[in-house]
Design a protein around this ligand. Structure first.
Ligand code: FPP
Length: 224
């Protein structure tokens, strides 16, 4: 059985779900949040230590302002309500990506990270304003600035995911098969599962089914 310490998820399909079921993309994001809750709970059940969720990409800024505002308001109210319960459940929140949001949201994100920093049962890495190419370029710039040698170890050290093991498993919902500039370096050897269901329809059973399949895969890492 393969060990599983880190699951990364591209939560795709909220907009389509919302349009289909509620005639509103934003309703899809709201419904998507319920799936986030289900997946966090199951990740703890499965004793997986790291969960990285792609919540907002650097490319998502090209969406209509109304949708962007809705997403950030959703995030703001979710975090304000949830952070105590994260603490009770021993969950650590870590943001990856560039925090250049409103002053209020930046403050809330920093506070949420600080308040949960010592928790140990699960680390959630929330990717916000995150883009993998930007992250890699930044890491190279930092290597240069510090006159470090360019090698795998040093590059990993300057990524936003420093000190976090690479994900062994990537799940993308929404019936689309691409990586969308997500963790390109870190996913080098991940097993990738593309799920047809839209994110709000994805549930614990689907998640457990994927984990079971993952555990049985023969992982070669280039060997035979
Ligand atoms: C992708 O679906 C989803 C997003 C860009 C946002 C993800 C946000 C959530 C799951 C809810 C908020 C999460 C937190 C943690 C507060 P899409 O809109 O690209 O869907 P589409 O492909 O159908 O258009």
């Amino acid at each position: 059985m393969n060990p599983l310490n880190h699951v990364a998820i591209i939560m795709d399909g909220n907009g389509r779900w919302g349009l289909k079921n509620k005639e509103s993309r934003n309703e899809g994001h709201k419904a998507g949040l319920k799936t986030v809750e289900k997946v966090i709970k199951e990740t703890i059940n499965q004793k997986i230590k790291y969960l990285t969720l792609f919540a907002f990409s650097t490319e998502n800024w090209n969406r209509p302002k109304k949708e962007i505002n809705y997403l950030f308001n959703l995030l703001e109210s979710y975090l304000s309500n949830k952070i105590e319960s994260f603490n009770k459940k021993n969950i650590k929140l870590n943001i990856i990506g560039t925090k250049n949001f409103s002053k209020k949201l930046n403050k809330l994100l920093n506070l949420s990270e600080k308040k949960t920093a010592h928790n140990t049962i699960l680390q959630i890495n929330l990717a916000l304003n995150y883009g993998s190419k930007f992250e890699i370029i930044n890491a190279i710039k930092k290597i240069n600035k510090n006159n470090d040698k360019i090698n795998e170890k040093n590059l990993s050290k300057y990524l936003e995911t420093k000190n976090i093991p690479d994900p062994e498993l990537l799940i993308r919902t929404g019936n689309t098969k691409r990586l969308s500039n997500f963790l390109l370096w870190q996913l080098a050897y991940a097993e990738i599962f593309f799920e047809k269901k839209l994110w709000p329809d994805f549930n614990e059973k689907d998640y457990v089914k994927i984990i079971k399949k993952f555990k049985k895969i023969k992982r070669n890492f280039g060997k035979i």
